[in-house]
Design a protein around this ligand. Structure first.
Ligand SMILES: O=C(O)CCC(=O)C(=O)O
Length: 204
């Protein structure tokens, strides 16, 4: 694969250092009421290596019994998810121009050794809305493939403050995080990488 699929866009250092710190502060505040939980694979119950929380009206959750889904409340506390920070809503408007607001922002925390396997974001009913992804903290290798699992992939090193948009064809392409350069950034107080992934869920 020589190029990224159509609709893929990378905005290096979209957020400056102060904005990155503001987003990390929002995550720390948000997880007070919606603590990081361990997501588990449907059927097997195998834990993923990242831990998760969410911002927004809806949060992406997964467990052994009920599998992948969006839920308006935290799976353990039963609390609603914290509101989406304004910086993220403004980002969505700026980079997507999509006429409808996102409802969910998944918070992935990659600690030492965490990765994310190849997958397509496929639990959203609004198939036209782009996905917007923000990287904070340690750099990582993001890999983008095609619409079929197991095809060739192209790697991109993402740094803190970078934003990726998956729209058009790229919206339904396999992608993964194959490596995190643990300990390279001091932004996340307990270490690692925070990824924020914004999505529109319900049909618009
Ligand atoms: O961590 C990333 O950069 C990608 C996250 C992702 O693909 C997802 O949450 O679906």
């Amino acid at each position: 694969m020589n190029n990224f699929p159509p609709g893929f866009a990378h905005y290096p250092l979209y957020f400056d250092a102060a904005q990155q710190a503001e987003l990390i502060a929002a995550v720390r505040e948000g997880v007070k009421g919606a603590p990081f939980f361990v997501p588990r694979m449907p059927r097997t119950g195998t834990p993923m290596s990242v831990v998760m929380s969410n911002f927004g009206e809806l949060g992406w959750v997964t467990d052994k019994e009920r599998g992948y889904r969006y839920d308006p409340t935290h799976p353990v506390s039963g609390n609603p998810w914290p509101a989406m920070p304004k910086l993220l809503m403004d980002l969505w408007d700026d980079v997507t121009g999509y006429p409808v607001q996102p409802e969910a922002c998944l918070i992935n925390w990659y600690r030492d050794g965490s990765k994310m396997g190849a997958h397509i974001d496929n639990d959203e009913q609004d198939a036209k809305a782009p996905v917007v992804s923000i990287s904070l903290g340690d750099p990582a290798i993001f890999r983008m493939g095609g619409p079929k699992r197991g095809g060739p992939t192209k790697g991109l090193k993402l740094f803190s403050g970078d934003v990726v948009v998956m729209a058009g064809e790229s919206r339904f392409c396999y992608h993964s995080v194959s490596k995190v350069f643990y300990g390279e950034s001091a932004l996340v107080p307990k270490g690692g990488r925070i990824n924020l992934t914004m999505r529109r869920v319900r049909p618009s």
